[in-house]
Write a protein that binds this ligand. Structure first.
Ligand SMILES: [Zn+2]
Ligand SMILES: [Zn+2]
Length: 165
């Protein structure tokens, strides 16, 4: 997503709005479908330019414990200074090209990446699948679980569950 900020640089406008949507699938292999919407402005405060935006995403992702497809909502905010030329080393700046083109996609996608968890969960306390028979322990208790009445195994299971947390 490139926007032309020449009117800002020339002082013809004091802000340039943008709005675009794109696919969410590139953010994680666990995301199966969905998109994000980025909306905001590049503002000029008497020579100091700032990109301010908000990203909202709605998508489906695979639960990291039970593999069920689960609907997720994500929000991210972006606020980054903009410059036409970089006078000092500062990674925070987004740099406009000489003809006034500013590529804002990377800054917005970075903000989304920050909000992507290591794994998605269908719910906080998802019990996951039985490692033995694959039954969804959220809906059913399989016989493998009933087998584990041995107190030593229960202890071990507790220990493993804690490790997982
Ligand atoms: Zn789950
Ligand atoms: Zn089982």
């Amino acid at each position: 997503m490139k926007i032309n900020i020449l009117p800002l640089l020339r002082g013809e406008k004091d802000n340039i709005p943008f709005c675009f949507t794109d696919d969410m699938r590139g953010f994680s292999p666990d995301i199966t479908e969905g998109s994000y919407k980025a909306e905001g402005k590049v503002k000029n405060f008497s020579g100091y330019m700032l990109l301010e935006g908000e990203v909202q995403a709605e998508f489906f992702a695979t639960c990291g414990r039970c593999s069920k497809s689960t609907k997720q909502i994500l929000k991210a905010r972006v606020s980054r200074p903009v410059a036409q030329t970089l006078t000092q080393e500062d990674d925070d700046y987004i740099i406009a090209s000489e003809n006034g083109e500013l590529d804002i996609r990377e800054a917005l996608e970075e903000a989304v990446f920050m909000e992507i968890p290591v794994r998605f969960l269908c719910k906080e306390d998802c019990k996951g699948l039985c490692p033995k028979c694959g039954a969804d322990l959220n809906n059913t208790s399989c016989s493998c679980v009933e087998d584990k009445t041995d107190p030593r195994l229960a202890k071990l299971r507790e220990y493993l569950n804690n490790l997982e947390e």
